[in-house]
Design a protein around this ligand. Structure first.
Ligand code: COA
Ligand code: AMP
Length: 633
């Protein structure tokens, strides 16, 4: 097989120094590295040690200095506010340098953390890049999380400043952010010195004197700041993601490796060049937003689209086609659930016919398994390559993909194609033995991980090692199970932990169980991810009540649903729960979540040999049937 992919892959594995070293020449450095790959402190591998750079310079100023200042950097397209606004690289530099001045005036410097709790508005991107400009570490928190989740992140990151806005706008309602922010600060032990609030016309935030400052007032008097030199290994951001407990994991991203890897992926994986329009329809609160709304496209000198809307309802299922044709999008990236939502409203893709999509080259999908139905619907409707790719918050960019800029392979439905250069993927059985082609096991990556992946968890090296590197020594555990076929195609089947994927959003059922267990009437509970036609999976709760509780079960269910919504957030989409007499368990007391999930999803299952009392399964089947799940529905 003589193609660019094969050459790149071989070199990335056998000579990573040469491979990444020559790719890194494409970036701007104040000082070059001493080492490309530094393995002096295993298992904490570092990339480009000794180098100095600035991620904001590479994303913004570099393009101005190269004479591309007039090009659009960001197109803000917001159907929910009926706004389209374009920012050139000149404009972007101006706004970012000024906001860096605002942060500096509030005492933020290198290494200080700044939490950004904002909707999909340009100011959120300015704030992220402003942090990068002065070497501060941003941590963006998704707007759909409740105050409690925000508080957990404030406590862990200990930000000096929080940047927020008065509201976010959903299809049917305006969500005021400020009351959530105030509550989160009340709940958290660590208190920020300052909050900077962007007031939107749809809601006015109440300001707390001497703590809260208005974005516009501060910008008006700001002194623009230049880019500072940071080490390649300095942290650029922390992004919290669901772990197996209520305590999220603070994934750290460094400056140098991240910049090198992301800039390279723009062409190698997504097939775009400088000047092309690239659109990731996600949210800046997720890793997709960090990597492919903000940093990747801007590093490459693309125009990125910031879309404040939904695939359906803003105003209809043609929103994506309108944006693609209006802004001449070449490559788009979203989650399969968005296409399922469109397909549900416009099954024959009639609305697409009203738009000229000749600019559109590739559709990339990730965030959850791409089901073959959605794949073929998108292929038939769009008649362009539809490309599944697999990655995680931790990895920051694709582990497996059809790298169209290197070589476009035939698509095998159900597979995100092959390992991307840099990723040495292996499937291992529980005993650590390598699986044969086609045999299911834990999908792991041989260390070192490529640049741009997590070097550790925020101030928690031990949790990093325990969570990812301990189960299979010498490998990074993805916590996804699947197989690699004889042609090297990777198949990702399921998580091996209690993470579920709801509309492309990663959530922990363990965290939901912790919240439900707080209800005074609940003795024990289990939450599992059951199949959902739109969102892929949704959480379903089963609860056993304390002895003697004599209340209406529906009322308790409603209280529990409200509790999860108020403690975790609407994004959890936790709407279904039921009361059961007992939960099925093994003799050692382990709740048989997998068996209950199989019953709910009408899948064949074997009664586990270790079950304590198999009559509990009949009871579960009855209870699930009453709420519309399983064969007895
Ligand atoms: N701030 C506040 N609330 C938010 C929010 C935000 N930024 N984002 C979502 N929510 C709320 C929603 O309003 C909804 O509340 P509801 O229960 O009152 O209806 C809830 O959180 C769940 O939101 P969502 O997952 O977006 O579901 P939805 O039913 O509103 O829409 C889709 C379904 C498929 C249209 C939607 O999930 C989508 O557009 N997905 C695109 C893919 C994506 O962004 N993936 C991210 C990783 S690539
Ligand atoms: P997140 O960290 O939110 O990006 O979620 C990562 C998880 O989403 C992965 O570990 C997978 O379980 C799942 N996932 C992401 N992309 C894919 C894909 N293309 N196919 C199957 N699962 C995926």
């Amino acid at each position: 097989m003589s193609n660019l992919y094969a050459k790149a892959y071989e070199q990335s594995i056998n000579n990573p120094d040469k491979f990444w070293g020559s790719i890194a020449e494409d970036c701007h450095w104040y000082k070059k590295w001493d080492k490309v790959l530094d393995d002096s402190n295993k298992p904490f591998y570092r990339w480009f040690t000794g180098a100095e750079t600035n991620s904001c310079y590479n994303a913004v100023d570099l393009h101005v200095d190269n004479g591309n200042g007039e090009q659009d950097a960001i197109i803000y397209d917001s159907p929910v506010t009926d706004t389209i606004k374009k920012y050139t690289f000149f404009d972007l530099k101006d706004r970012v340098a000024k906001f860096a001045g605002v942060l500096t005036s509030k005492g933020v410097g290198k290494g200080d953390r700044v939490i950004i709790y904002m909707p999909m508005i340009p100011e959120a991107v300015f704030a992220m890049l402003a942090c990068a400009r002065i070497g501060a570490v941003h941590s963006v928190v998704f707007g759909g999380f409740a105050a409690n989740e925000l508080a957990t992140r404030i406590n862990d990151a200990k930000p000096k400043v929080i940047v927020s806005a008065s509201c976010g706008i959903e299809v049917t309602r305006v969500i005021e952010y400020k009351p959530l922010l105030d509550e989160a600060i009340n709940l958290s032990e660590s208190k920020p010195q300052t909050c900077i609030i962007f007031q939107r016309p749809q809601a006015t935030a109440n300001m707390i004197e001497q703590r809260d400052y208005d974005w516009n007032d501060e910008m008006a008097k700001a002194v623009p700041q230049d880019c500072v030199h940071v080490k390649a290994t300095d942290p650029l951001y922390i992004l919290y993601t669901s772990g197996t407990t209520g305590q999220p994991k603070g994934v750290v991203r460094d400056n140098g490796g991240h910049m090198v890897a992301l800039k390279w992926t723009m062409k190698a994986v997504y097939g775009v060049d400088k000047g092309d329009v690239y659109w990731a329809a996600s949210d800046i609160g997720w890793v997709v937003g960090h990597s492919y709304i903000v940093y990747g496209p801007l590093f490459k000198g693309c125009t990125t689209i910031l879309f404040e809307g939904k695939p359906v309802g803003t105003p209809d299922a043609a929103a994506f086609w309108r944006v693609i044709s209006q802004h001449k999008v070449k490559t788009m990236f979203t989650a399969p659930t968005a296409f399922r939502a469109i397909k549900r409203e416009d099954p024959n893709a009639q609305l697409m016919k009203n738009f000229n999509l000749s600019c559109f080259n590739y559709l990339f999908l990730a965030g959850e398994r791409l089901d073959p139905d959605t794949l073929s619907w998108a292929q038939n409707a769009l008649k362009i390559p539809v490309i599944d790719h697999w990655w995680q918050t931790e990895t920051g960019w694709a582990i497996a993909a059809n790298c169209v800029g290197l070589h476009r392979f035939d698509v095998k439905p159900g597979s995100p194609t092959k390992a991307v250069p840099g990723w040495n993927m292996v499937v291992l059985g529980p005993d650590g033995r390598a699986a044969r082609a086609g045999e299911i096991g834990a999908i792991v990556a041989k260390l070192p991980l490529p640049p741009g992946t997590l070097p550790t968890l925020w101030q928690n090296d031990q949790r990093y090692v325990d969570s990812y590197l301990t189960m299979f020594p010498g490998y990074y555990e993805t916590a996804d199970a699947g197989f690699i076929d004889e042609d090297g195609y990777v198949y990702v089947m399921a998580r091996t932990d209690d993470i579920i994927n709801v509309a492309g959003h990663r959530l922990s059922t363990g965290a939901m169980e912790e919240v439900i267990a707080e209800h005074p009437d609940v003795a024990e509970c289990a939450v599992m991810g059951v199949e959902d036609k739109l969102k892929g999976q949704i959480p379903l709760g089963m609860m056993v009540l304390n002895a003697g509780v004599d209340r209406d079960n529906d009322e308790i269910v409603k209280e529990v649903v409200d509790l999860v919504r108020s403690k975790i957030g609407p994004v959890a989409a936790f709407k279904t729960a039921t009361v059961v007499k007992r939960l099925p368990k093994t003799r050692s007391g382990k709740i048989l979540r997998g068996t209950m999930r199989a019953i709910a999803d009408k899948k064949k299952y074997k009664i586990p040999a270790t079950i304590d009392d198999h009559t509990t399964l009949d009871e579960i089947e009855e209870s699930l049937g009453k709420i519309g799940y399983g064969n007895k529905a």
